[in-house]
Write a protein that binds this ligand. Structure first.
Ligand code: URP
Ligand code: ZN
Ligand code: ZN
Length: 460
C-alpha cells in the first residue's frame, strides 16, 4: 500500500512548492500538485505544514567508551529521540582507543547498532593509530561502505593521532577517495595548560575553557588544513566553536584547500557562562572544544547564513549527572559531551529560521542536504526527489513548547538546553515511507534502521 503526503509546502535546500508526495516501496515515486493515487493509499494531510527532507546528523556518539566511562546512550533510545526531533539518519563516530584493533572495533560498533536503530545510520571510522596493519584494515572498511574517517588531534594517548599518523591517514584517505573529519585542538597545549591550572588549584568546570583556549583550536584547525593541503586529501573540521578557528579554516578554503566546516548545536546557542556555573550545573556543559565567550555566537550564525559553516551536527554525547561528577575534584576528569540529538532541528529552526534570519533553504542544506552530499548519501538522503528514500518530516510551525529533561525521550537525566523555547516541531516523520514518529512520540517499529553503505567520493 502506498502513502501520500498531501498538500504540504515542500521545502528543500533549493526549492519550495505546494504539492503532494507519493511513496511506494520505501521511495518517492511522484511529486506534484493533486496527484492521483491508487485506492487504498494511506493519506497524511500536510496542509498548512512544511515538508522537509529527513534531517541528517553527521556527528553523533552513541556507543562510546571515553574518559573512564561509557556514554549514557544506546541505539534504540537515541534513534527514537532522533526521529521525534526530525532526524532520520545519523552518522556515528566509531572510536577505537589507540590500543584497540581498528577492524575489531568497527565490527563491535556495527554489532551494537544492527537491529537496534529505528532510523538509518552510517559510521565515520575513527583512525586513532597508524601502523603496519592500518592501510589494509581501512581499505577493507571502505570496501564495506564506510567511506569517511575521523581523526582527533586532541585526547593525547587515547584517541589522538600525532602529526606523522595524521599525514599517513590523510594520504591514504586521498588514495581511497574518502573524506577525513577531524577534531582540531592542539593536544600538547591542552595537556600542559591543564596541568598548570590544576597546580594553581583551579579545579572547577569554569577552568575547562581556559585549558583549551580559542588559539589552541585555531592552531589545530590551521595544522589540519595544512596537512589536508599537502596530502591532496579532503577534510571536514568537526564542531568548530570560535572565530579564530573559523578564520583559520576560511583562510585555507581561500587558498583552495578542500576543507569543509561543521559547527554543532551547543556552540550556536550556549556560551561559556553555562560551564562557569558551580558544581554539576557547570559540568553538564563541559564539552570539547568548550563553550566559548558569547562574542563568538553571532560570528558562527553569520558564517552559517553565508554558507562558510556548511553543516550543523549535534556532537550528541550524553553523560549523566553522576558521570559528570567524576570530575568533582578536577575538571580534567569531567566526561566531555552533551546530548542534543532530539533538539537540533527544533532549536535551529526556532533560533535560526524563525528568530534569526537564517534562510530556510540554507537551514535544510545545513541540517540535511550538505551532509548527504559530503558523505556520499545524496540524493538517496537529503533530497525530496523521485527515487530518493522516503525520509520526510512534516513540520508543524504552529507548535509552541519548551525543551525540558522532564519531557525528553533520550535516557539522560538532564538537558543542556533546559527551558529554551521552541516554535515548531515535527508532526509526522517517515523513514523509507514508514511513519516512525508523530507529534512528539515514537510510534514506529524499533530496529528497522539500516546501515547505509556508501561509495568513495573521489579517487586520487
Ligand atoms: O566533548 C565532546 N565533544 N565529546 C565527544 C567527543 C568529541 O570530541 O567529539
Ligand atoms: Zn571532538
Ligand atoms: Zn564528537
Amino acid at each position: 500500500m502506498g502513502l501520500l503526503i498531501k498538500g504540504g509546502e515542500i521545502v528543500t535546500a533549493e526549492t519550495r512548492l505546494r504539492g503532494d508526495i507519493f511513496i511506494e516501496d520505501e521511495t518517492i515515486s511522484a511529486i506534484g500538485p493533486g496527484l492521483a493515487v491508487p485506492p487504498g493509499t494511506e493519506v497524511i494531510d500536510a496542509a498548512g505544514k512544511l515538508v522537509f527532507p529527513g534531517f541528517i546528523d553527521p556527528h553523533v556518539h552513541i556507543h562510546l567508551p571515553f574518559m573512564g566511562t561509557f556514554a549514557k546512550e544506546n541505539h534504540a533510545a537515541a534513534s527514537a529521540a532522533a526521529l521525534i526531533g526530525g532526524t532520520t539518519t545519523f552518522v556515528e563516530m566509531c572510536c577505537p582507543s589507540r590500543k584497540d584493533d581498528a577492524l575489531e572495533t568497527y565490527h563491535t560498533w556495527k554489532q551494537k547498532a544492527e537491529g537496534n536503530c529505528a532510523c538509518d545510520y552510517a559510521f565515520h571510522m575513527g583512525v586513532t593509530r597508524y601502523d603496519d596493519k592500518t592501510e589494509a584494515q581501512l581499505t577493507e572498511i571502505v570496501k564495506d561502505g564506510t567511506t569517511s574517517f575521523k581523526i582527533f588531534l586532541s585526547y593525547k594517548n587515547f584517541f589522538g593521532v600525532d602529526d606523522e599518523e595524521m599525514f599517513h591517514t590523510l594520504k591514504l584517505a586521498a588514495k581511497l577517495g574518502v573524506i577525513t573529519t577531524a577534531h582540531c585542538e592542539n593536544a600538547e597545549l591542552v595537556g600542559q595548560l591543564q596541568q598548570l591550572l590544576l597546580a594553581e588549584g583551579k579545579t572547577g568546570p569554569e577552568w575547562h575553557e581556559p585549558s583549551r583556549p580559542e588559539a589552541v583550536e585555531a592552531e589545530g584547525t590551521t595544522r589540519f588544513a595544512t596537512f589536508v593541503e599537502q596530502t591532496g586529501a579532503t577534510g571536514y573540521v568537526v564542531h568548530l566553536s570560535c572565530a579564530p578557528a573559523l578564520r583559520a579554516a576560511v583562510d585555507a578554503k581561500m587558498r583552495g584547500v578542500k576543507l569543509h566546516i561543521e559547527s554543532v548545536l551547543p556552540h550556536f546557542l550556549l556560551d561559556k557562562s553555562y560551564a562557569e556555573r558551580t558544581g554539576v550545573e557547570g559540568m553538564k556543559h563541559i564539552m570539547s572544544p568548550p563553550l566559548r565567550d558569547k562574542r563568538n555566537l553571532p560570528v558562527l550564525w553569520n558564517a552559517l547564513k553565508s554558507g562558510l559553516i556548511e553543516s550543523v551536527g549535534t556532537d550528541h554525547c550524553p553523560f549523566d549527572k553522576e558521570q559528570k561528577l567524576m570530575g568533582a575534584k578536577a575538571f580534567t576528569q569531567i566526561p566531555n559531551g552533551i546530548p542534543g540529538i532530539e533538539d537540533r532541528v527544533n532549536l535551529m529552526y526556532t533560533y535560526g529560521v524563525k528568530r534569526g534570519g537564517l534562510d530556510i533553504h540554507r537551514f535544510v542544506d545545513a541540517l540535511s542536504t550538505r551532509a548527504a552530499k559530503l558523505f556520499g548519501l545524496y540524493p538517496r538522503k537529503g533530497s525530496i526527489s523521485v527515487g530518493a528514500d522516503a525520509d520526510l518530516v512534516v513540520y508543524d510551525t504552529s507548535y509552541r513548547g519548551k525543551i525540558s529533561a522532564a519531557t525528553q525521550h533520550g535516557i539522560n537525566d538532564y538537558n543542556g538546553f533546559e527551558g529554551f523555547e521552541i516554535e515548531g516541531r515535527p508532526s509526522v516523520v517517515t523513514v523509507r515511507g514508514k511513519v516512525q514518529a508523530r507529534d512528539g512520540a515514537f510510534v514506529g517499529k524499533p530496529g528497522i534502521g539500516r546501515l547505509l553503505r556508501r561509495e568513495p567520493q573521489r579517487k586520487e
